[in-house]
Design a protein around this ligand. Sequence first.
Ligand code: HEC
Ligand code: HEC
Length: 438
Amino acid sequence: MKKIIKLCVLGMVPLTLISCNSSDSESLDDKIQKLSLRPIQKPPQDKNIVKLGQMLYFDRLLSGNKDTSCATCHHPYFGTSDNRSLPIGVDATGLGPDRKMTYPHEIVARNAPEVFNRGDKEWKSMFWDSRIQLKEDGTIDSPAKDQLPEGLNNVVSAQALFPLTARAEMRGFIGENDIANLDDSDFIGIWNKVLERIKSVPGYIDLLKKAYPDVPLENITIAHIANAIGAFEIQAFSLTNSPWDKYLAGDKEALTPKQKLGAEIFYGKGNCYKCHAGALMTDQKFHNIGVPQFGPGKDPVTGLDYGRYSITKDEKDKFKFRTPPLRNVAYSGPYFHNGAYSSIKDVIKHHMNPEESLRNYDLKNIPEDLRDTYKGSPEVINEILSTLDPELKNIEELTPEEFDALVDFVENALTDPDVNYLSIWIPESVPSGLPVDK
Ligand code: HEC
Ligand code: HEC
């Protein structure tokens, strides 16, 4: 802002002065140019492959005990998430906040993220700790190392293989089913058994023939399955028409004046764009923003979730999580890697004063059954604060009007109205004949 005013004073020609008067929108448009912001892109998908993927996505057959589908945790009703702080996967019934375990066992340690727009060409990583990552040479790093099958289209397809291997998400526990009884490190064994199950259902044989007409059934691998699930996610959950995307596409009327102010804060004194960067509104890098710790955690000794550190073992990465993207975020709460807050207002307030927010975390933010898992000792809190991201300090004080405008931008300008019609993708039935979550 200061720079623009200086230029205005220096540039004595009337033309420059005129453009200075309406500097509000121009400074935003300059930022958009400078940061190369653009609307979300949705790559075209083959309709028969999408159809196969849609069935697989909603079919509980893919889970060890036949009780959990991808949609259980990434449901059209809940903005492609599950409206829970922490998900419940296997050995449970019900959907969203109503999902209950049939007997006490472990819950999933991290919040189920939304899965919007993951087909955009800039997506290079998956999971809160990016343990799936596209490398420069085009190969994909994953926990399966060299067991990862060949022929995966992208990181979305690669990701789809891992819920199948996660016990609490889809596979189940030892003694419960043949897939669960395999060793955790036997990725190929697990995927082959899932593949066998799918190939044993006549309805899937038809869908596979239509999706991959040139591939004989015996040559269909788990990569074809993963690619179909990925294609479905990209087709169904790429929403390219938020007011912000329209604005970026050149429709300058798409934002209300208040939302425009919110955008200016986001790309200005709010400093949000430093991490929620680029077209996807994420730098796909890792930051510790001081989120409170609760739930089972990932570390077997401390019960904490160290985020990226668990992949790199680099002390500097402790408590860092991949910046989440923000489109349609109003629909996918609760927020953060463990669902610590359920309103966008609270999330933004937390960013603006993370230390105070962490020290005074109100357990009423999370369901009762999670409260006694809270890890808020002074030691833990000081440990978290020791790697807090310095960029958060650069979020300037906002007036109440500016704060409201920022919330309006995040909640409304980033929301594609089609998010309300995602239930068109819920099938009446699936080839296995198992019940569909609805
Ligand atoms: C029991 C709940 C549950 C089920 C079932 C489940 N997921 Fe997830 N999903 C999660 C959680 C939790 C994460 C984040 C885990 C992490 O980051 O460590 C996640 C992460 C993802 C991501 C990564 C998004 C990103 O950008 O990081 C995608 C995509 C996804 N899931 C798709 C799927 C698909 C496809 C299936 C079915 C094959 C599936 N999920 C089944 C809970 C679930
Ligand atoms: C230092 C980097 C950084 C800055 C600056 C930043 N964020 Fe974030 N933001 C993150 C990270 C990292 C997370 C996830 C943290 C976690 O789960 O542990 C996050 C989470 C969020 C979420 C929740 C998304 C979800 O799906 O859970 C929203 C909303 C959000 N940020 C909005 C903002 C806004 C608005 C601003 C500007 C006021 C901002 N952020 C500034 C890094 C940042």
